[in-house]
Each structure stands twice: as structure tokens, then as C-alpha cells.
Design a protein around this ligand. Structure first.
Ligand SMILES: C[S@@+](CC[C@H](N)C(=O)[O-])C[C@H]1O[C@@H](n2cnc3c(N)ncnc32)[C@H](O)[C@@H]1O
Length: 192
């Protein structure tokens, strides 16, 4: 009955993202989320996908090719620089975003997302997100440094103005070994 964290993240984005929109995969990894987002935006939309590891960029490009999806650009740079890559039409016009925090499965476990750059990227995304749209984060935190990133992120998100954002935490509380949990930030509609 209760959805696991990743299927729930995808379900939320299916509700948020519309065909033709610009969206962000902040942590490309093996490309699963980029492919999911590319399918949601369709040929008239575009996914901007970021990763600091060449292997992740290559894996994501291959996965897109396999699926014959062309509506994605995979950028070999940190998500904290995402504003440098957005075209003018995407500014203040994002339909959604996803992060998978932690390390790339099957790769160098030393390369992990870190609090400063994760929070900088979340800030940029929230600035450019449309109203009534979501930024979703899947938080893996069992690795060295994961606890610090989790705490910094929870602190930052818990202080977001509730008039502008509502923030959900979705977590199974009786599982052992630091299972991942989900954070979803909705930018609310401002009343005029
Ligand atoms: C948990 S994995 C992502 C899994 C991926 N979403 C998938 O579907 O396979 C986390 C990724 O974040 C990347 N990463 C770490 N720091 C980053 C940064 N500053 N900007 C972008 N990607 C980063 C890592 O290289 C790693 O590939």
C-alpha cells in the first residue's frame, strides 16, 4: 500500500511536470531520473541534467540514446552552477526538479553530494521554479558525510517561509540501516 521512496518521488513529479516544460535532474548518476523526466516533458520539453562525474554523464547519455530520447542535455558540472546553463526561456519557468543525494551506486563512494553545493542548487531551483510545482529530494544519508548533509538540508528547509513553500518529509521510521527518505518542496501560489 505505502509507496517506497523512489516510486513516490516519481509519482509526485508526474503530478508536477507537464509536457513541454523545462525540468532539472540535479544528480544524473545512472540516468534513471533523467529518462523519467524526459518522458514526462516529451519532445517539446527539455531536461537539464547535472553530474560532476564523467562516468555518470556517459551513463546518462547512453541511457537516453537507448530510449531514443533527445530532449535532455547532460552537463558535466556541479548543480550549484545550474543557472549558468539555463536558457532564457527556462528562467523562472521550471516545471520540477529532482535530486538523489549520496554516491553513485557501483562507483567511487568517496564522491558524494555535500551540504554547501546541494543547498546552493536547491536555492537556485526554488528561485526558478514555477508556482504549484515541486522540487523533490531523495536523501541517502548512511555514508560518511551523509548525516551532516541531511541535518544541514533539514535545517535549511525547515526555515523556508511557509507562506511561499510547503515542505513534506516522507520517511519509514521502523526500518534499520538509515533508509533513504524523501523531501518534497512545493512553491505555493502567491495571492494577488
Ligand atoms: C545517488 S547518485 C544519483 C543517482 C541517479 N539519480 C540515478 O537515477 O541513477 C548521486 C550523484 O550525484 C553526483 N554529484 C555529487 N555532487 C554533485 C554536484 N555538486 N553536482 C551534480 N552532481 C553531483 C554524484 O556524482 C552521483 O552521481
Amino acid at each position: 500500500m505505502l509507496k517506497r521512496v523512489i516510486p513516490f518521488a516519481h509519482e509526485l513529479l508526474q503530478q508536477s511536470v507537464k509536457p513541454g516544460e523545462f525540468v532539472i535532474d540535479a544528480t544524473a548518476g545512472n540516468g534513471y531520473d533523467t529518462v523519467m523526466l524526459a518522458s514526462l516533458v516529451g519532445p517539446s520539453g527539455h531536461v537539464f541534467s547535472f553530474d560532476i562525474q564523467k562516468q555518470a554523464v556517459d551513463n546518462t547519455v547512453s541511457r537516453l540514446k537507448e530510449q531514443h530520447l533527445e530532449q535532455a542535455t547532460v552537463i558535466h558540472d556541479g548543480h550549484e552552477h545550474l543557472e549558468d546553463y539555463l536558457p532564457e526561456e527556462a528562467l523562472f519557468n521550471l516545471g520540477g526538479a529532482i535530486f538523489n543525494l549520496g554516491y553513485l551506486p557501483g562507483s567511487d563512494k568517496q564522491v558524494v553530494t555535500i551540504p554547501e553545493t546541494t543547498i546552493a542548487a536547491v536555492e537556485s531551483i526554488l528561485k526558478h521554479l514555477k508556482e504549484e510545482r515541486l522540487c523533490v529530494l531523495v536523501v541517502y544519508h548512511g555514508h560518511p558525510g551523509g548525516e551532516e548533509e541531511k541535518n544541514a538540508l533539514l535545517q535549511y528547509l525547515s526555515e523556508l517561509d511557509q507562506k511561499t513553500y510547503q515542505v513534506l518529509k516522507y520517511q519509514f521510521i521502523n526500518q534499520k540501516n538509515n533508509p533513504p527518505f524523501l523531501l518534497a518542496i512545493e512553491k505555493k501560489k502567491t495571492r494577488s
